[in-house]
Design a protein around this ligand. Sequence first.
Ligand code: ADP
Length: 390
Amino acid sequence: MDAVTVIGGIAVGLLVGVWAGRLTLRHDVRKLVAQERRTAEGLEKRARVSADAKQVRDQILGSMQDGVLLFDGGWRTAFANKALERHLGARPEALPQVYPPSLRETIRRAAETERLEVAEIETGTPTRWLRVTATPAGTDGSVLVVIADITEARHLDVVRRDFVANASHELKTPAASIQAAAETLLHVWQEDPEAVPRFAEQLEREAVRLSRIVADLLDLSRLESGSELQDDVHIDALVREESSRFEEAAIEAGLTMHVEVARVPAVRGSGRDLSLLVRNLLDNAIRYTSAYGRVVASVTADNGSVVLRVSDTGTGIPSKELSRVFERFYRVDRARSRETGGTGLGLAIVRHVAENHGGTVKVESELGKGSTFEVRLPSSIPEGTEPVDP
Ligand code: ADP
């Protein structure tokens, strides 16, 4: 091999070496870039995941009905959701001093004792009740506070307790009268036989009263769970039917009763409950109207609704009592209600039936002149498409 060939071989070798070296370098750089890209993508993905998680967390906490507040060990607000602002009327950046003292006290106790603290606090005007749950959230004195507005629940509790107290009282009165009449009967039936019918009548009267109250209470409790809206009810026919049942009572009371019904579309609802509604309104109109008075029951169609009006020329209702007559056991004239066999539940039943059918009830009245109760019920079939023979 000559020198030229050797040098050529070396040169080729060198060139191949350089080329191979370049190739390796390029390969390494590419690998590095790919690795970097992967790292960047990974970081980006993680950032995205963490941003998504934060967004989800904020969405969850933001849509919560309960207020959530995180206090750090230095009494600084680390987090507060929207509901907290609603419950306490304070912005998230508010200083702890703006919170009610009883709330601060609960948080302080949780931080100090490192134990869960629960308290019900009263705040604001009008008064609202809040249930505060303060949970220690670390060893640095951080406390997580969850605040629920329990005003409505408290109110319902008061209503329930009042109702039970009222119902017990209403039932106790006739029950006591029945007991007294029965005891007296036991003594007089031999010694004073002539007095027997008087006490027997008292016994019957009070027993009837007792069963009326129980029947109304059962109706009311059934209506509180809603009405079964399964029938196509023709209110005009129903008012005619119910009015005819009261004819005798109206004559006995010395009243004239008129029924004015137009052709109206049907109402989707419960025939049984709507009869109850009509019966209660007619019964009241007759009971609270003196002799020579007048009761009118009318049914008309108005803009997709069926409107029932029961008017009387009776005692009327003082304007300040108008908003309360639909409450359970509320009576304007307790003596007259009792005397005429009222239970104090009739209008509460009327309101429930109307509302269960998506309707409304209202009253207009003038003391000494009379009252008009108006019930509006949505008709199930558009006006004019289903004529009903009156
Ligand atoms: P009650 O069984 O006592 O009649 P209701 O719930 O039917 O109970 O009515 C509540 C109160 O509303 C009655 O006690 C009465 O004071 C008043 N009221 C109801 N209807 C009439 C009416 N047509 N005229 C005058 N007052 C009425």
